[in-house]
Design a protein around this ligand. Structure first.
Ligand code: GLU
Length: 510
């Protein structure tokens, strides 16, 4: 039997999950589902100083909202738990010890001042990026430079220390990334990263590698910002004796600003007024909007995100979750950064909104109507949704574009009134409204059209001369949905009243 595919999404709860994080989760999820594997959610909360208490809940709610289901997580549990790193704290120490015992890690006792002094010294010597590494470590206060008994004494006295990885001085580290191909790094470019901090907590690097191994992760799919860490992780796998079962790496391309210049950031969102977070969140004085609250549908958001880095290899764009699962492959993830085009997100929203049933759309309309205290029959709401769904981008547009279905206009578009509200049009409308008043049957779109045409003929006026005035009288606007259908929904007496009122309100133009 072939090995079970196991992937993980491993966010750090340091704040709201960025939309790019949701893309990472999505690609992991699609890969797992496509291959009949498992999707794990692991919370990487070892950095106490950056811990934000509400972040884990936010992560979970975001995944739920777009429909990414996980198989193992802090909440669901699973065979390789716990799934929160802070609850696995004791586990990491034993691996740090193994690295120490085998000479692949060492204790370092340098104080923050001593570290600063080292950096200053190197800067003065024109070293571009001063690092604690295979060269500089020999001048620092650590178990490689201090006599053994002094190290022992310091440890026994409880002096603060960190454990650092002893990166070999001259070694080429290679890894074959599924997206980027062979990545080669010389060990001299890697610094002696801290593995265990003075508070006894592991750093990201150690915890991440240990957990990926213990949780039997087969593929690490994550953002490109982690690519520079990958060679270090390879070293850790090697030193821990796990290189032969090391997961395969796939680093996802960056998501770029709309103009392609640099990485998408929260500042872009503030500047251009589009969301870069799945859900709205609040922090101190700040109110940040999310895709959900901005009116994006989860299925549209999912489809939009799926194409930020992956492509199906043809021109197709509409992929619901099932279609994505069927078509997704890591081979079709590109290397190049991909621009965040919010207009595309809007386009997807429109496509998915159009596909919804009128009854589904009417739910949103009902909420809006309830807010203004208007009661309307379900069939009318559905008919209105049917008229508007072709042009709505967001759910709220249904109300914003179509409130005239429920409320007679109070104002009239001035420009249209000025250009179109002429004596001959008013005459036709007057005749039409009288016909509506004496109409006994229910007004259908066809009937409305017939009566309107009769009125036009009686006055000998062409339809084009009156259409916009009729719309203006009924809706107050210069454009909108099909007028005949609109009149059917409103009914003859409402249409007639609106026409009469417009005739009273508007001045006939010469
Ligand atoms: N905790 C890391 C993050 O916040 C995980 C990176 C990884 O997937 O290895 O993104």
């Amino acid at each position: 039997m072939s090995q079970e595919i196991r992937v993980r999404f491993a966010p750090s709860p340091t704040g709201a999950l960025h939309i790019g994080g949701v893309r990472t989760a999505l690609y992991n999820y699609l890969f797992a589902r496509k291959n009949g594997g498992k999707m794990i959610l692991r919370i990487e909360d070892t950095d106490q100083s950056r811990y934000v208490p509400w972040a884990e809940k936010y992560i979970k709610e975001s995944l739920d909202w777009v429909g990414i289901e996980v198989d193992e997580s802090p909440e669901k549990g699973g065979p390789y738990g716990p799934y929160r790193q802070s609850e696995r704290k004791d586990l990491y120490a034993q691996y740090a010890k193994k690295l120490l015992d085998e000479g692949n890690a060492y204790y370092a006792f340098d104080t923050p001042e001593e570290l600063d002094a080292m950096r200053e010294r190197l800067k003065a010597a024109r070293v571009a990026s001063p690092q604690y590494n295979s060269v500089t470590r020999m001048e620092m206060k650590n178990s490689l430079t201090l006599p053994e008994d002094e190290v022992k004494a310091k440890l026994e006295a409880g002096e603060p220390y960190v454990i650092r990885l002893k990166v070999p001085r001259k070694e080429e580290i290679r890894l074959n990334d599924m997206v980027r191909g062979w990545v080669m790094v010389h060990s001299s470019a890697i610094d002696d990263k801290v593995l265990m901090k003075s508070d006894g907590m592991p750093t990201y690097h150690l915890a991440n590698v240990v957990d990926d191994h213990l949780m039997k992760i087969t593929h690490v799919i994550r953002g490109e910002e982690w690519l520079p860490s990958a060679p270090l992780h390879v070293l850790l796998y090697r030193f821990l004796g796990w290189e032969s079962t090391m997961p395969q790496f796939a680093h996802l391309p960056l998501i770029l600003k709309p103009d392609g210049n640099g990485k998408l950031s929260k500042r872009d969102a503030d500047q251009h007024g589009f969301p870069v977070f799945p859900l709205s969140w609040e922090d101190k004085a700040e109110q940040v909007s999310g895709f959900k609250e901005s009116g994006y549908l989860p299925e549209a958001t999912l489809n939009f995100l799926s194409l930020l880095g992956w492509s199906p290899g043809n021109n197709e764009e509409m992929f619901d979750k099932e279609a994505l699962i069927e078509n997704f492959t890591i081979e079709r993830i590109g290397k190049a950064g991909t621009k965040f085009d919010i207009d595309k997100a809007k386009w997807f929203n429109q496509q998915y909104l159009k596909r919804k049933s009128n009854a589904e759309l009417a739910v949103n309309l009902s909420e809006q109507l309830a807010k203004v205290g208007i009661e309307v029959e379900q069939s009318v709401k559905e008919a209105v949704c049917n008229e508007l769904k072709e042009r709505a981008v967001f759910l709220n547009d249904l109300w914003e574009m179509g409130s005239f279905f429920f409320v007679a206009p109070l104002n009239y578009d001035e420009k249209v009134a000025k250009n179109k509200w002429k004596a001959e049009a008013v005459k036709v409308l007057e005749g039409f409204s009288n016909k509506l008043d004496s109409e006994t049957e229910i007004l259908t779109a066809d009937k409305a059209k017939a009566l309107f045409e009769e009125s036009l003929n009686q006055e000998g006026v062409k339809m084009g001369k009156v259409m916009q005035s009729l719309r203006l009288a009924i809706t107050g606007l210069g454009s909108g949905p099909d007028l005949m259908n609109l009149m059917e929904i409103l009914g003859s007496s409402e249409v007639s009243q609106r026409i009469k009122r417009a005739i009273e309100e508007l001045k006939v133009q010469a």
